[in-house]
Every structure is written in C-alpha cells, then in structure tokens.
Design a protein around this ligand. Structure first.
Ligand SMILES: *[C@@H]1O[C@H](CO)[C@@H](O)[C@H](O)[C@H]1NC(C)=O
Ligand SMILES: *[C@@H]1O[C@H](CO)[C@@H](O)[C@H](O)[C@H]1NC(C)=O
Ligand SMILES: *[C@@H]1O[C@H](CO)[C@@H](O)[C@H](O)[C@H]1NC(C)=O
Length: 253
C-alpha cells in the first residue's frame, strides 16, 4: 500500500516535471589571473576606468601593484607633495596606492547572471578603505559593493538604486589578518531588476535587489582607497590589500 502510493506519487511527479533548460556557464575571469603578468594582462587594467583618483586620500599608481604566486597585493604608502584630487570637491592626497579593473564589462541580460568570487586579506583599520565592487560604465547607478571595508572593524554589502535609495548591510569582520572568502551571485530577477546574493566564508549574508540594473554594463574594480569614507587620518605605515582565487563566471540560459 505504502510503496504503491510512493510509486504512484513518483510517477505523477516525473510526468508533470518539465526539466528547466541547463544554464550555460562561461568563465569570464579564470582563477589563474594573478598567476603571472601575462595572465594578469589578459583580464585586468591598472587604475580606475576613469583614472587615478576616486573619493578618497589615495592616488593610484601601477607601481603599488604586485602579482606573485597567484596573489594580488595592493599597497598603500604615505606620500607627501601630491596635488589634491580634483573632480567634484578637492580632496587632499596622503597616499599612493593600487587599483585594478577588469577589461570586460559585466552586463546581465535576460535569464542571465554572474558569480563573482575571491578571497581577501583586508584591513579594517581607521583610514583604510579596500573594496571589491561593481559600478556603472554609463552614468550611475548601478553600483554593487560586493565587499567594502570602511575602517570600522566591519565589512559592508551595498546596492544603490539611487544615491538615497540604498540597501546596506554591515557585519562584524573577524580576523582581518586571515583569508576570508566572498561570493556575490547576481541574477536576472524579473527582466528588469537584478537579485544580488552576498556570501561570506560560505554563508549567505544578505540578498538585495538592484532596480533596473539588467542590461546596464558594469565595471569590476578592486581598489585600496584610503581615508574618505573610512575616516582620517589613516595609518602612518603601509597598508596591504591581498586577493587570491578570484573567479568570475557568467550564466545564461
Ligand atoms: C612582488 O612580491 C614578491 C613577493 O613578496 C617579491 O618577491 C617581488 O619582488 C615583488 N615584485 C615587485 C615588482 O615588487
Ligand atoms: C531597490 O529597488 C528594488 C526593485 O524595485 C527594491 O526591491 C528594493 O527594495 C529597492 N531598494 C531600496 C533600498 O529601496
Ligand atoms: C547590455 O545588455 C542589454 C540587454 O541585455 C543590451 O541591450 C545592451 O546593448 C548591452 N549593452 C552593452 C554596452 O553591451
């Protein structure tokens, strides 16, 4: 009786299930992109897409970037005599540091998405502002902060619908000297918005929704800004931001 019922249910189920189409997974940036200079050059450019400065007290330069043994190291060092950052308000520059951005743009199309994953050693000291983030190629937003440390002992996960409409989640960041893994899954939600799920050390932290982000190309940036949103003054000695096992996969049905 029982086994008949089970098999009847099983048959009923299999008859009614239409298997979903299998997603095509494509590697946009392989885990080997920090293995050598030529691997790096295939996927990354130096600086921000718009240049050397952005909203903080560090000016970016290629000389502050090291790739060795599969690890990217960005170093921020105190510097004097630099001209203030221009663009908007003038910001004093107290550091030289490193930033890279992916050569590819990330543009989610219908039924598509991306997984961005990497491991980081990131400082949470006052005045240090490392980040792993996506920002609009044309205008602004979209912006998705996949991991942003603002000098407060926490890590932030943010999605900007507008400058005022922001979903922001801050969580305590333990053991900053250890590697921590991060993954952000970005997916078409409804043909218009993107569902964004943030994971840290294998656990989902928060799910946010980006309004109208579908079909809007984004830059992927890894930067070690200083001061700005992380407070000032920043440290008097060098600060490191390290990254390994970075991978970007795209999904399309
Ligand atoms: C990069 O770091 C490695 C390991 O610390 C070091 O051996 C190498 O000299 C550095 N390269 C540059 C260009 O600074
Ligand atoms: C952003 O827009 C999405 C889609 O409309 C919405 O679900 C989300 O709550 C919005 N975020 C904020 C902070 O209002
Ligand atoms: C981004 O994707 C949308 C729709 O998926 C497409 O219409 C648009 O042309 C793409 N933009 C770029 C710059 O590739």
């Amino acid at each position: 009786m029982r086994s008949n019922l089970v098999s009847a249910l099983f048959l009923g189920l299999t008859a009614s299930i239409n298997l979903p189409p299998v997603a095509a997974v494509h590697t946009m940036i392989p885990k080997t992109s920090f293995d050598s200079q030529s691997d790096f050059d295939a996927d990354w450019n130096y600086l921000y897409p718009w240049g050397s400065d952005h909203n903080g007290g560090a000016r970016m330069t290629k000389s502050k970037i090291n790739i060795s043994g599969g690890v990217l190291t960005l170093t921020a060092s105190p510097a004097s005599g630099e001209k203030p950052a221009s663009g908007g308000k003038s910001i004093p520059i107290h550091y030289l540091s490193g930033t890279i951005h992916a050569k590819e743009h990330f543009n989610v199309s219908r039924s598509g998405g991306y997984d961005f994953s990497a491991e980081f050693k990131a400082s949470t000291t006052k005045g240090t502002w490392p980040a792993f983030w996506l920002t609009a190629v044309d205008g602004w937003p979209p912006e998705v902060d996949m991991a942003e440390w603002k000098g407060s002992g926490k890590v932030s996960f943010n999605t900007f619908n507008t400058s005022k409409e922001v979903e922001a989640r801050d969580v305590k960041y333990e053991s900053p000297r250890e590697w921590h893994s991060f993954k952000t899954e970005v997916r078409d939600e409804n043909g218009r918005d993107l569902a964004i799920r943030f994971f840290m050390d294998g656990k989902e932290v928060v799910r946010q929704v980006g309004k109208g982000f579908l079909g809007k190309p984004m830059w992927l940036i890894i930067d070690l800004q200083m001061e700005g949103s992380s407070g000032s003054p920043g440290p008097k000695d060098d600060t490191l931001f390290q990254v390994r096992n970075l991978e970007v996969l795209s999904y399309n049905l």
